[in-house]
Design a protein around this ligand. Sequence first.
Ligand code: 5GP
Ligand code: MG
Length: 175
Amino acid sequence: MRVLIDEEQVGQGVRRMAQFITAQHGDRPLTVLGVMTGSVVLLADLILLLEMPLRVGVIQASSYRGGTQRGELTIHDELMPTITGCDVLVLDDIFDTGHTLAAIVRRLEMLGAASIRTAVLLRKEGTQVVAMEPDFAAFDIPDEFVVGYGLDYQDAYRNLPYIAVLESDDLHHAK
Ligand code: 5GP
Ligand code: MG
């Protein structure tokens, strides 16, 4: 395991995100939707830094791994509050190909959100295949597999307080 972004840097990134959102959105009501499960730590830390009237919800996207169709996603919005007419901020851990966030934004548009903005902690460089970009990305990182601060490998490592690159040695330690 190699630390890529240490705990203090992660905290700085989350504070920059909160400042950006506050500057863009002001003190109007906001619905923050965390993309489960990777954004759970970010969601908890970020909302403590926001002062506008706030609702919190979650949404999930699952991909058919092993399928041949890349980017085919199912969006689960059963646990999400009603967002029709609301200003929504979608929060995710990492922007990689971009399929997840693009599909979620399409769903929220269909449901009639008044406005939709997106923020991610991490954005991988050179892996995007969709036209959209997140409105805010705290860190641009190289195309390596990272864990920690919510990001998992086979459900492990989400509780690391920093972002680390998983190396081949680590693989058999998971679970
Ligand atoms: P996208 O749809 O943008 O390709 O992928 C976004 C999702 O893929 C993220 O929400 C995350 O669950 C997963 N993902 C992409 N890259 C990584 C990575 O380096 N580490 C981990 N743990 N998950 C990743
Ligand atoms: Mg995810």
